[in-house]
Structures are given as C-alpha cells and as structure tokens.
Design a protein around this ligand. Structure first.
Ligand SMILES: N[C@@H](CCC(=O)N[C@@H](CS)C(=O)NCC(=O)O)C(=O)O
Length: 223
C-alpha cells in the first residue's frame, strides 16, 4: 500500500494523484493540516521537511517531481523511448520557474499586499506572464499536442495540466481564471488534456463548485 501525504488542495500533489489513480495500484490519499504537518516534520517523517511525501514499503520519497516519475512509471506515463523520456523530464524541470514566480508571495501576511504582488506576477511584464507565454509556445509547437512532444500523454502533461490550471481555481488570492483567456494556445491544450478519456474518468465526480473545477472540460472557455 502506498500513502501520499499532502494538504487537501491540488497543489504539488495533484499530478501524482492522477498518476497513482491511473496506475491501478493500491494507494491512500492522506490529507493533512498544518498541525499534522508540524508533527510529521518533528518526527522526522519528511525527508526534506516538506510535503508531498509518498510512503512506500521501501521508505518515504519526497520531492513532487521525483514522486511523479515513480508513480508515472507505474501508470505507463513515462515514455520508454530514452529521448522522449528525457523530453518529458526536461519539461517537468523547465516548469519550476512558474512555481518560483509565485513563491515569494506565499509568505506575505497582508492580503492586499499579497494580491498586489500576484497581480504584478501575472501583469504585462510579470514573471508569471512570461512563463505562460513560454509554456503556450511549447504546447503550440508540439507536433503531437502533448506538452513534451511525446507520442502519448506523459507525466509532463500531468504536471503542466495540474500545475498550471490549478493556479486559477480561486484558491490563491489575487489570481483568477480571467488570466488564462489571454493565452488561446493554453486553452486549446486544456481542451486536449481535460477531454482525454483517462482524465475525464479521473474527474468524473468533480462538479463546478469543487476546487478542481479548473480540470473540467470547458473550464476556461468564455461562457
Ligand atoms: N520542491 C518541493 C517543494 C515542496 C513544497 O514547497 N511544499 C510545501 C507545500 S506546497 C510545503 O511543504 N510547505 C511547508 C513548509 O515549507 O513549511 C516539491 O516539489 O515537492
């Protein structure tokens, strides 16, 4: 039995959750709060002092991308071809600046200041906007439409789809779904992944009011 430990939000665990579900292995989605996080940290159960962590019979694995590669292999979402595998890895590592663009806004206690900084990140010259443009170019240039140009959906798609569109659920003050409307290539990509039968089945029970609404088909199409 594998146990994935994270906060209840999609965040850095969502791609792993999809991979574990698609793999068919026996796994448990363990949601923790701040107090349990501290307790686990103090008990030395978090290899790098952070979550997500995957508890396996061999020991705990940390770092969301490492866990995604592990779970993705079981789900058949790591390409066997070495070049395609490396391109998927490249994409995953290349996405880190998008997370970093927001990192500095998380520790800001004042909500107005937090909102101001985040609007700047996704403003005309913000780091977030630059990253969205780059990601849009990547998916538009992909011959297969999959993020890393792989023959089939890969772990890079799980990371991009959840890591990018999850930012616009309303869970983060100052960032809303209207940002995505400026990137038609990303909306097309959202359509490709969200309507893939594997992804559709995974989110079959999710409704419009759920924090995961951004993963449903049509989420960013103008209504
Ligand atoms: N590079 C790590 C970053 C993990 C990370 O930032 N985790 C956050 C939650 S999203 C965390 O554990 N924060 C609590 C803390 O740092 O005290 C990964 O990708 O897994």
């Amino acid at each position: 039995m594998l146990r994935l430990v994270y906060f209840p939000s999609p965040g850095r665990a969502e791609a792993i959750r999809i991979a574990l579900s698609l793999s068919g292995v026996d796994w448990e989605d363990v949601s923790i709060d701040g107090a349990s996080f501290q307790a686990m940290k103090e008990a030395g159960q978090l290899p790098w002092g952070m979550v997500p962590v995957l508890q396996t019979p061999d020991g705990a694995i940390a770092e969301s991308s490492a866990i995604l590669r592990y779970a993705g292999r079981m789900a058949g979402l790591v390409p066997e071809d070495p070049y395609q595998c490396a391109k998927a890895d490249e994409f995953i590592d290349g996405m880190e600046p998008l997370s970093k663009a927001l990192d500095s806004t998380f520790g800001i206690p004042d909500v107005d200041e937090r909102i101001r900084l985040r609007k700047e990140v996704f403003g005309p010259r913000g780091k977030g906007s630059r990253n969205l443009l780059l990601l849009e170019r990547k998916v538009t240039e992909s011959e297969t439409g999959w993020a890393a140009g792989t023959d089939d959906m890969s772990i890079a798609d799980l990371k991009l789809f959840t890591g990018l569109f999850g930012l616009f659920s309303g869970n983060y003050d100052g960032i809303d779904a209207s940002v995505v409307s400026g990137y038609p290539g990303l909306i097309d990509y959202h359509g490709k992944v969200s309507t893939d039968p594997r992804i559709l089945a995974h989110y079959a029970d999710v409704g419009d009011g759920d924090i995961r609404w951004t993963f449903l088909p049509g989420a960013f199409e103008v209504r």
